[in-house]
Design a protein. Sequence first.
Length: 333
Amino acid sequence: MPSEFRAPTETPSYFLVSVSTRENLELCIKYGLAGFPSSESGSWTYCEIREGDFISFLYGARAHNLYVVDKREAVVNASEMPPWKPLVFEDSGKVHSFPFRLNLRPVRTFAEIIVRHEFSYVAENLLLRGGYRKTHFQADQTTLQLVSEMGSRAEELVIALALPEYTTFSLRFTRSKELIKKPETFRFQETILQSAIRRHLMSRENLQPLLSKLSFTRADASSLEVLGEKGTTRGHIDLLLKQRVPIGSALEVPIEVKTKKGKLEDVLQLRGYMDELAGDCPVGLLVAADFNKHAIAKAAEYRVKLVRYVANTDLTATPTFEEIHQSLTLEPL
């Protein structure tokens, strides 16, 4: 019998993790492991998922099982480490091992087709974000609650994978090309900033003051959740701030993130997302290091709030993701 499920101390997130082959799915389930490739998308996924979060595997248009993440590791010389064979990307011909790993504890057992209303949030993202080409899809708290009642309680323990002696490393990011050394150090890019901002806003102590500065006087941070990329017919919203449990209305605030300067075209793009979200979207947020004069002049006209981010760590060096997100400050103009 597995140990009793322990509720996490923080509000967990829920992700569906794409698996490339049936063989890899069976290995993931057998050993209670998830692995992400030595690519930018793999490093991004590893940053997104915390210990205490929940995941299901996504393969063959089905969600497989529910797990809680017990441990995260970035493994040195992953090409020599079981259980997965190196992955060859058809479009680039590049070969990737799986250094970024999650040790999982089974919670529920199921294999449910995602074409059902419980998975509607994820299914929409699959259609609008290009299907399985993405490494992971974040679902909302409603989906997690529904999935937690699917199938049956996990009764079987996973098999402990026998591994040779190995070492781990801390994943780092940089703006300096000469310091990039994959898979240990990747380029600091927009998806990493998105994840850092999402992690920053997951803290009520950070989100509530920002809401106050933005004049969201009736918004309570504890009733909101911030989600990763959300597909729409007009493109992909970088982050979506929404009500955790909508009652009577469904507040949604799209957030567009730029690593450098925000421009008028970014304001217009964000307004397009707002129009698609329609009546439940009172405002949009454009987060950038700075803004040009055209964005500043037109933002209010399009109901867009401008928010400047500052990473109080040296991105020309090689900070970890934890150092980046912990150093962030967000200040509305």
